[in-house]
Ligand binder design. Sequence first.
Ligand code: HEC
Length: 177
Amino acid sequence: MRFFLGLILGLILFPLALMAYLYYGHVPVAVGDAPLLMERTITHRGLHARIDREAPRKSPMEPSPTNLLIGAQIYRDSCSGCHGYYGQTSPIGKELFPRAPQLWAPHGNGIVGVSDDPVGETYWKVRNGIRLSGMPAFNNLLNPTQMWQVSVLLANADKPLPANVIDTVKPGAAPNP
Ligand code: HEC
């Protein structure tokens, strides 16, 4: 009897507490708020499981000088505002939640940005975006060739790149002719 009383009370109280939490302004919705309990685990696990299922295993595109240069122009025009330039972080990228990783920043073991991620994973993220983050889906903004070119560039960010490629992703680079 007690058990059922507890169960029924729980069934009523739990949703009420949840409603109060939602409706009285306690949910962490501002960029500066601490993450929700298990927020990172849930979002990261879910994202990676989906990417493992869908991401192409291989790039149809070679890191040729032309592809790298076009990738750099796309990066400068569409990505640098959040992900930073070569040698300069983006002030806006830090103010997003989650933060936009700085894709030209070296970080441990010679990795630069996402150079340690499989190129298909980066392509998936560029194509589909990452929900509830500032990362847009570029599927309707770039064509598949362009999305591969920028992904191939980022996969090779830790390698020696041609000077014109680096110049294109430096701050103040001239816009496309
Ligand atoms: C409006 C800001 C914004 C723009 C523009 C933007 N991104 Fe992002 N991007 C983000 C944010 C924020 C994240 C972090 C998402 C997360 O951690 O869940 C992200 C994540 C990523 C990641 C995953 C990084 C990692 O560490 O796994 C890649 C790769 C990426 N973006 C590539 C690009 C490329 C390429 C472009 C341009 C074609 C681009 N982004 C444009 C905000 C942006």
